[in-house]
Design a protein around this ligand. Sequence first.
Ligand SMILES: Nc1ncnc2c1ncn2[C@@H]1O[C@H](COP(=O)(O)OP(=O)(O)OP(=O)(O)O)[C@@H](O)[C@H]1O
Ligand SMILES: [Mg+2]
Length: 300
Amino acid sequence: MDILKISNISKSYGSNKVIDNMSFSVPENSIFGFIGKNGAGKTTTMKMILGLLKIDSGDIFVDGEKVVFGENKTNKHIGYLPDVPEFYGFMTSLEYLKLCGKITGMNDKDIINKSNELIELVGLKNINKKIKSFSRGMKQRLGIAQALLNSPKLLVCDEPTSALDPIGRKDVLDILYSVKEHTTVLFSTHVLSDVERISDHIVFLNKGKIALNGTLEELKSIKKGEKIEIEFLNSNEAKLFSQIYVDVNKISNTKLIISNKNENEMLEIMKLLYQNNISIQSLEKLEPTLEDLFLEVISK
Ligand SMILES: Nc1ncnc2c1ncn2[C@@H]1O[C@H](COP(=O)(O)OP(=O)(O)OP(=O)(O)O)[C@@H](O)[C@H]1O
Ligand SMILES: [Mg+2]
């Protein structure tokens, strides 16, 4: 079952078409990475999912229910962490979560139980200071707790890790990973290592369309083996090889990369190495990184 289905949506701001007939679906219990460079339309898409922005054409379904602009019926299934979350600085985490629970109509017992459970989950237990003195990482973790208050089926996080240091980033990613069992997570980012760390499904948004869509393995397998990396025993051997083989890219004094143009390329290289008595450390077909894929997508 898809918890979120985006079907042929388009959105323009004036003459600027930001989303162009875009479709993708998010399966339940996945961690879905929504990747796109600055201005790609990630926040715009998330706001349309929440019914906060009008879609020009197309439909969005959350748990099978159609999203209607300006209505919040489908939002009962969604927890949302905006790109710049706002808090009441004079409150503590617990006070803030209690307020959020009251506003959303939870009963008092649930508010207390859920708030305490979530404060523990996001690592803010025993921190009784006011939110205004929180670090960015702490605020982000409180934002996730707030978004999880109504036990949503879908957690939408807009760039939850941007502006965080490596420790803050790891904390947030660990929390998102830990809720996967009960909640599907859709998070936007341009930090590719974050996606590699926790996502099991990825979409690349480029020029208003989905340029790539699949699991990390699927996306990498498209390009697997297009490059061959040779590590030589020393720099002299590498130099010798680059003199006899055209079209090599130098990575370091002892490492070269060659594009794997045809099936026999590997054999040809081995033959040349043998015939010229060149010693190597290793020879392998390279897997592309997510960054390689991203750069290729946005260059189109
Ligand atoms: N309210 C608005 N009015 C006019 N144009 C807008 C508005 N909001 C966004 N845009 C434009 O729409 C495009 C997509 O913006 P959006 O904020 O959705 O991108 P994003 O992928 O979230 O970027 P970032 O990574 O910087 O957060 C940009 O060109 C932006 O300038
Ligand atoms: Mg954004």
